[in-house]
Design a protein around this ligand. Structure first.
Ligand SMILES: NC(=O)c1ccc[n+]([C@@H]2O[C@H](COP(=O)([O-])OP(=O)(O)OC[C@H]3O[C@@H](n4cnc5c(N)ncnc54)[C@H](OP(=O)(O)O)[C@@H]3O)[C@@H](O)[C@H]2O)c1
Length: 250
């Protein structure tokens, strides 16, 4: 039977690439994000391959999150796969200089937003005794790097939530997976550095992961047989050994 996937943060980077990868496989798609024009453009492109519905909301707003998911038309109501991907880093400052608005934004999106979306979808999965939740964590969820403080904390939280979900949803046969990438060349750095040209230097001198690389891994995880759950996966570009060790040719 054809599956339906809801992807948060489908307007760029890993989420958008996952939408393309899933569409190629005929998976029905619910694409979420704040930038409505991008949602529309991606919908038009992917409707050649599968059926697509878009939901335009900010995952920080719990009421809009629930309202959006409740508004799904009948054909999209049963969600088999949830990709909790929306998230970003905001700023890169030592803790003593950190910006409170950046901290709020990261905790509100990366942690609380992920929880709101999950809370809106999990009940239908427990009722059906099936489903697959993939949380996009980060190598920053496994290792804290200098000036990463609150972003790393938010991704450590994603990992803890993933493990908690896997335990609590175990009686219901629901798969829960964490995919934790290292450096992926997306809009991530532009958001982190708020348009500062330093963002362009982040991926210079080495070959970072592409969003498509992560999307293919996500599809691998969702396409395993029913008895196989990829619990936790860490993926780096070959040039990267950990958060602070990257072989660059400059
Ligand atoms: N790039 C990396 O190096 C890297 C490494 C490890 C982990 N990750 C993780 O991978 C995930 C995807 O990041 P990416 O690299 O693909 O970055 P990206 O290109 O900046 O994409 C981020 C996505 O999240 C969405 N989003 C952000 N805030 C949102 C909000 N408040 N409500 C709804 N959607 C929101 C954005 O859509 P709208 O702006 O349209 O809402 C966008 O689609 C994130 O969780 C990130 O932490 C990235």
């Amino acid at each position: 039977m054809t599956k339906t996937a809801l992807i948060t943060g489908a307007t760029s980077g890993i989420g958008e690439a996952t939408a393309y990868e899933f569409a190629k496989q005929g998976i029905h798609l619910i694409l979420c994000g704040r930038r409505v024009e991008r949602l529309n453009t991606i919908k038009v492109a992917l409707e050649k391959l599968t059926i697509v519905h878009t939901l335009n909301f900010d995952i920080r707003d719990r009421h809009k999150t629930f309202k959006a998911i409740e508004s799904l038309p009948e054909a999209f109501k049963n969600i088999d796969i949830l990709i909790n991907n929306a998230g970003n880093a905001h700023g890169l400052d030592p803790i003593q200089d950190g910006d409170l608005d950046d901290w709020d934004t990261m905790i509100d999106i990366n942690v609380k937003g992920l929880l709101y979306v999950s809370k809106a979808i999990i009940p239908q999965m427990t009722e059906r005794h099936s489903g697959h939740i993939i949380n996009i964590g980060s190598s920053a969820g496994k290792e804290v790097y200098p000036k990463g403080n609150v972003y790393c904390a938010s991704k450590h939280a994603v990992l803890a939530i993933t493990e908690g979900m896997r335990l609590d949803l175990n009686p219901y046969g629901i798969k829960v997976t964490a995919i934790n990438p290292g450096m992926v060349e997306t809009e991530f750095s532009k958001v982190r550095f708020k348009g500062d040209p330093i963002a362009d230097s982040v991926y210079q001198g080495f070959k970072a992961l592409e969003a498509k690389d992560v999307a293919e891994i996500i599809y691998f995880a969702v396409s395993r047989p029913a008895h196989v759950n990829i619990a936790d996966l860490l993926v780096f570009p070959t040039a990267q050994a950990n958060s602070t060790t990257v072989q660059k040719e400059l």
